[in-house]
Design a protein around this ligand. Sequence first.
Ligand code: ASP
Ligand code: SER
Ligand code: ZN
Length: 613
Amino acid sequence: MTFIKSTTSIFVASALTLGLTACGDESATSSKTTSAPVQQKLTAEDAKAFIAKAEKTFAEQYEYAAKVAWVSQTFITEDTQYLEAKSSEELKLIGIEFANGAAKFKDLDLDYDTKRKLDMLRLGLTLPAPADAPDLAAELAQIESKLSAIYGSGEAADGKKYDLIKLSRTLSTSDDPEELLNAWVDWRKVSPAMKDKYVRLVEIANQGAQDLGFKDVGAMWRSKYDMDPDAFAAEMDRVWDQVKPLYDALHCHVRAKLNDKYGDEVAPVQGEIPAHLLGNMWAQTWGNVYDLVAPEGGSGIDVTEKLLENDYTPVKMVEQAESFFTSLGFEPLPETFWTRSMFEKPVDHDAVCHASAWDMSETDYRIKMCIQTTGEEFNVIHHELGHNFYQRAYNQVQPLLYRGSANDGFHEAIGDTVALSITPKYLKEIGLIEQEPDASGDLPFLMRMAMDKVAFLPFGLMVDKWRWQVFSGELKPDQYNEGWWKLREQYQGVKAPVLRTENDFDPGAKYHIPANTPYSRYFLAHILQFQFHRELCNIAGETGPLHRCSIYNNKEVGKKLNAMLEMGTSKPWQDALEAMTGSRDMDATAVIDYFAPLKTWLDEQNANRQCGW
Ligand code: ASP
Ligand code: SER
Ligand code: ZN
């Protein structure tokens, strides 16, 4: 089961009211979850009662824990961290009870829904703690809360504070290599304080995963995809192989242009690209250095510029994004969305600025962002609203244990799919530009898209490859940083601009590591969104090139999309994919189709270059 507040799954329950025998002794089975060996034979009826108990418990406790988490993330203090750790410890313990309890029914002949819901319970936690060890659950919850606070407040071990938004702005706007390097290095002064805690987190959570019958936490995460965990890893690699030639071509061109701009000293023409030159703190998207690589004769549309020219405030950006979803036939978000969300960085206290979307209850949906007026953030807003509309769609029709996305990649893909329809034609319709460029605008447009969407792919893949290695023990704590950079080099062809050692903890400088948010979902989403887009454009009867198609205003498309969202996790993701696209497999040919004209152009540019690293 995933209770999604965007990037985090939470089991919610309060030991205060339920005690640790949360599974209770009202049904024959549920009290046996962690106690002495089960004596009596479990029946299918027991399984059903167990599920009912779980759904009731979580339903009762969800809103409380969601609100504690909301307060602590939007207002980081010692006290709110304390409360968050406590609440998350309680829900972790109850989650563990239910997960262990669910495992005990595995040999029974059960109906489809009972079986599937038991799986949801068994796999629901992101970081399990060992059963029968409340002290370890408490320690794990405290570590999680502390890691999130370190990242959110940007406070280094020596008490000095670093502002990620400011440093990121330098990364995206400066072309002074020294200034870039300083900003890059500065942000990485925050994460070394996380290292010990992270090592301990891995230890405890691995024990928890083993108690639940998994080899380690990585294996548990890979088991959430309705297929064999190894087959899932192979599937990721298969899809990566489909898009790698496109990435390689982009990398080659960008590296050459950076070399033109900065020279051999700073940006060598061979080998990996130094990570501070790509316009983003993690070199995960490169759109901010678009101007350096733009095809001649067209700069495309700079959405940031247009938003500023048109006096877009954060709220206006959110309203505009919401109106895309309502144009597809979705009901507007409830009034409380507008009064309870956090759209801007608080001026007088720390908050976790990393964007997320939350469902607090069946009627209370919010986003938490520190919105900047940029095209990039305009996309992120669509991304977050995609989560909210997905949450509301399944919350309205599914029982609690099916309230999640087909797989987590689907959750991440919906808002992005919608944002792929932010085409020049759409920008004209909403008055952001006066005239739609002719076909000569296509290459610049595709190049801008590729700098974000294609550049991201290997990063999306390597983050969890690193975590899988960490959880499996393949990487030991004294190899964490080295292992991270090995993968960065291998997959992205990006390298650290200065010497890094094991005193650094560079993975911790990326939100999802201290936040313990699995990352494969973003890789999946970057493939799926193109697959969805191609299909929805098909339904819309659009016959032109994929990158010019916009589904704006199309109610029929909205219906089709909604049908999939409403399924929640009730069916394997392959079924959901098939219902929407007719295919049971992820397929990156939509990415290839979308960028085909750009690939041709890149190949021409690269004809006399030596590509690869
Ligand atoms: N947009 C952010 C990212 O994807 C947060 C989210 O997933 O909602 O990390
Ligand atoms: N939102 C995710 C991130 O920030 C993936 O795009 O990394
Ligand atoms: Zn997301």
